[in-house]
Unconditional design. Structure first.
Length: 293
């Protein structure tokens, strides 16, 4: 499933084409994705201007004139293809067809000016919803999300307070979307390695007895921010389904330190350990037991 860097990469690819554009018409080639499409979905989108293109956790948000927001989730295998767009008068430089239209092109947005945005989702775990802007904070998909890991409200003091007294593992805590939004398995593994913290460590150990952040909490926040920023710059990680909107693969997977590198020497300087794979909560965890404590 695409994680925060992949979704942010898609948002940035959509921004110059979709923000400020008018949706001339929309096609819904099936009535549902993960859930049924909203009532009168096509009719409600026709003629609407997209005022802003944002992201919350792993959700893409398109603010529409008229007070509604289109929420889009890529699911397990969803991707977006932009065709017919010209950026700064240079057609096709940043956006070009990734593939010919296929059986899994489920929703198509036709923009005034000729560009099309197509949502392709072979497994149909993606979703599209239309929600009143004033109800966004209370929507079931968004209301319980924690702070954005790249935002100002995510810092060592917050993390220590959120983890204080927790007896769960650090890996499990960081995957809790109520604690921090948008983190997934890949980037938690990478951030823990950068911070030299074991995924098996008790989460509560990152707070002192008074609830203040430890040095480890400070290091973890910095590692999370660093790994996410690096992944966004690399266009995300292309392991199975993720591609950028211009059809190119993200390449952060080539910079993985531990994820999917079982048996490889630990890349930490002077560490003589090797990357191990264990299973936590049904997911693979990759780490170095020698330098992650």
């Amino acid at each position: 499933m695409p994680e925060l860097p992949e979704v942010e990469t898609v948002r940035r690819g959509l921004l110059p084409v979709l923000q400020g554009a008018v949706i001339e018409s929309a096609e819904a080639r099936r009535p549902d994705l993960r859930w049924p499409l909203p009532d009168n979905f096509v009719e409600r989108l026709a003629g609407r201007r997209v005022e802003a293109v944002g992201r919350r956790a792993k959700y893409l948000l398109a603010d529409l004139d008229g007070g509604e927001v289109l929420i889009l989730h890529l699911g397990m295998s969803g991707s977006i293809r932009i065709e017919g767009a010209a950026v700064k008068g240079r057609p096709g430089l940043f956006h070009h067809p990734r593939a010919e239209p296929g059986a899994h092109d489920h929703v198509v947005f036709h923009l005034a000016g000729g560009a099309t945005i197509t949502f392709n989702d072979p497994r149909r775990f993606g979703a599209m919803l239309l929600v009143p802007y004033d109800h966004m904070d209370s929507h079931p998909l968004l209301r319980s999300l924690g702070p954005e890991p790249l935002g100002n409200t995510f810092h060592a003091e917050y993390l220590a307070k959120a983890l204080a007294g927790r007896r769960t593992t650090l890996k499990a805590a960081l995957l809790d979307q109520k604690l921090v939004a948008g983190l997934g398995n890949i980037y938690v593994c990478e951030a823990l390695h950068r911070a030299h913290l074991s995924p098996l460590r008790l989460a509560g150990t990152l707070a002192t007895k008074t609830g203040a952040p430890t040095a480890e909490a400070e290091a973890l926040v910095a590692a999370i921010r660093d790994v996410l920023r690096a992944a966004i710059l690399a266009g995300g990680s292309s392991l199975r389904d993720h591609k950028q909107v211009n059809g190119e693969l993200g390449y952060f997977q080539h910079a993985f330190k531990v994820y999917d590198r079982e048996g490889a020497p630990c890349p930490t300087f002077h560490c003589k350990g090797h990357v191990q794979r264990i299973v936590q909560g049904g997911r693979s965890t990759f780490y170095c037991a020698s330098c992650q404590r």
